[in-house]
Design a protein. Structure first.
Length: 119
């Protein structure tokens, strides 16, 4: 069983930056990928970014390309999401997730951290 704990959310002005962290514990040896997702009020959860745990290969949603950067620290079992040039549309609860295979699904999810961008 993998437990994920996100941190780093908060209130920031438009144009500002935040860095989210996600600490994974328990059974992380089988991690294939980690991802960040977000869900805004009244909207469905959407993919933000992912990173392959061993190779570090990354991918991003078009809406965040060039502004967000996902990275990981294997020794600390932690994945980060550096968010720059934040916009009001980035306001959402951000979740990290772990996938144990190259398949599309993710197997474990964190509780989420709120990011609010004020204009």
């Amino acid at each position: 069983q993998v437990t994920l704990v996100e941190s780093g959310g908060g209130l920031v002005q438009a144009g500002g930056s935040l860095r989210l962290s996600c600490l994974a514990s328990g059974g992380t040896i089988s991690t294939y990928k980690m991802g960040w997702f977000r869900q805004a009020p009244g909207k469905e959860r959407e993919f933000v970014a992912r990173i392959t745990w061993s190779s570090g290969m990354t991918s991003y949603a078009d809406s965040v390309k060039g502004r967000f950067t996902i990275s990981r620290d294997n020794a600390k079992n932690t994945v980060y999401l550096q968010m720059n040039s934040l916009k009001g549309d980035d306001t959402a609860v951000y979740y990290c997730a772990v996938g144990r295979s190259p398949l599309a699904r993710y197997d474990y999810w964190g509780q989420g951290t709120q990011v609010t961008v004020s204009s």
